[in-house]
Design a protein around this ligand. Structure first.
Ligand code: SF4
Ligand code: SF4
Length: 458
């Protein structure tokens, strides 16, 4: 099995870029892999292909060969595998040897980008970097989404869809991902929202996120409502910026560090006990700041302090909710299933807290789907760069969702939300999808189940 990668998929070169970049990847991390194969049944691309090179073990072997200078870093087999990997980190969570797979993947992608740049081999258009550039710049993203809002509301979207032009331009898949853009975005201002019930809670500073504060702005407003309803004073630092997740995932570690520094400064000024976020991908990136600066004496301690205060919203709420507060939740007679976002379940190892919160809602039935923690195929720009694998994984996820007969799928990550929402619409499913915070907010406000389903189907 292990020889498959080097013979079938991987071009080997004697003297090329790989030699010059020897030992750029964390050799100690790679060498922790004892090739036991325990991670293989957890890997979505392996499950879909049954190919060793598309498994974590196979990819680690390729990294080892690049590090040793036996394999060119720009060989098609290596670059293809680094691109096909979803970065879901299910392998990392399953690995008994502690292989830091997520970090190694980011280093490998960074090495590829750096080598391409050195040899002036950058592709004319790189969708991953275009995504990071758009979604990683809050002002640019907001300008773009205001135009999308006009496109959606002016009738332009209907014309474009019915005319077939989106298919001709190859934009149909990407266009279908965008939900209706809300009329107003969530603005991070230097304000503290004080709860009505003062319960001597520690304070939280809220990271509003790029996609969350725009496409999912209502969820950000709901997050502040839920926190304050449960007694948390919420500080919203205005100097915050993108978490840098997309930059890191595409290998732009320097770009990720620049954004991380701005957030560290912004949240130090806020001086809150916790830094809370509501997007699994952002939360994982914020936790990784400590690793991002591990070799930087000036920033290492500040980054470690920052990461130590980061909490996902479900983790924070489930860990501090009191018996009296459970009484604040109104019944919601709904059948729901929970989709584990990879960067919550695997990167942050948070799987129990969201389920505990759902079970606190009276009259709500939680039905577990098969393979709840298997990646849905979203993964940042993956739907654009690897449409076939993204589509296969989504079809698999939709089948598992439908077998639960749930009214609503609950998730905690905008990427999964958009990808699955588009899939549910495409197959004409009656099931909707909602962020866990929106469901908690609906219960706290006493909304009717039908209204919640209608919201989730939009
Ligand atoms: S589980 Fe860990 S040690 Fe075993 S093959 Fe996978 S990465 Fe290597
Ligand atoms: S990150 Fe996900 S897709 Fe990539 S090797 Fe690990 S389990 Fe497989």
């Amino acid at each position: 099995l292990l020889s498959e990668g080097s013979e079938d998929d991987v071009e080997q070169h004697d003297v090329m870029a790989g030699h010059e970049k020897m030992n750029k990847l964390d050799a100690e991390g790679i060498n922790r892999c004892v090739q036991c194969g325990i991670c293989l049944p957890h890997c979505p691309t392996y499950i879909e292909t049954w190919r060793e090179t598309s498994s974590p073990r196979g990819r680690l072997r390729l990294m080892r060969e690049v590090n040793a200078g036996k394999l060119d870093v720009l060989s098609p087999g290596f670059t293809a595998q680094m691109e096909q990997c979803l970065g879901c980190r299910a392998c990392e969570a399953a690995c008994p040897s502690g292989v830091p797979y997520g970090l190694l993947l980011e280093e490998a992608r960074s090495l590829i980008a750096e080598t391409r740049s050195t040899y002036h081999m950058m592709p004319l258009f790189d969708p991953s970097h275009a995504f990071a550039s758009l979604f990683g710049n809050v002002d640019r993203l907001r300008r773009f989404l205001r135009m999308v809002r006009i496109y959606q509301r002016s009738g332009g979207q209907t014309v474009a869809r019915e005319s077939g032009i989106l298919h001709i331009l190859g934009l149909a898949g990407a266009e279908s991902l965008l939900p209706p853009i809300p009329p107003a975005f969530f603005d991070a201002r230097d304000i503290t929202v004080t709860p009505k019930i003062q319960d001597a809670r520690p304070s939280v500073a809220f990271l509003a996120g790029c996609v969350m504060s725009t496409i999912f702005a209502p969820t950000d407003y709901a997050t502040v409502r839920v926190l304050t309803a449960l007694g948390w004073p919420v500080i919203i630092p205005s100097a915050q910026t993108c978490c840098g997740a997309l930059h890191a995932h595409t290998g732009d570690l320097q770009g990720a560090r620049e954004l991380a520094k701005r957030n560290i400064i912004a949240f130090e000024s806020a001086d809150a006990d916790f830094i809370v976020n509501n997007a699994a991908g952002c939360g994982a990136a914020l936790h990784d700041y400590a690793t991002l600066f591990k070799d930087d004496p000036e920033w290492s301690k500040r980054a470690t302090d920052f990461s130590g205060r980061v909490r996902d919203i479900s983790e924070l709420l489930a860990g501090h909710i009191t018996k009296d507060q459970i009484g604040l939740f109104h019944p919601l007679s709904l059948r729901v299933t929970y989709q584990d976002a990879c960067h919550l379940a695997h990167a942050q190892r948070i799987t129990t807290a969201p389920r505990q919160l759902l079970e606190m809602i009276p009259a709500l039935t939680l039905v577990e789907m098969d393979e709840a923690a298997l990646c849905c195929g979203s993964a940042g720009s993956y739907t654009v760069t690897q449409p076939e694998m993204a589509g296969n994984l989504r079809a698999r996820k939709l089948a598992n969702i439908h077998s639960t007969n749930a009214d609503i799928v609950v998730t905690a990550n905008p990427g999964c939300h958009m990808h699955l929402r588009a899939g549910l619409h495409e197959v004409g499913s009656s099931a909707g999808i909602i962020h866990i915070v929106d469901l908690l907010d609906a219960s706290l406000r006493g909304l009717a189940p039908d209204d919640v389903v209608a919201q989730a189907r939009k």
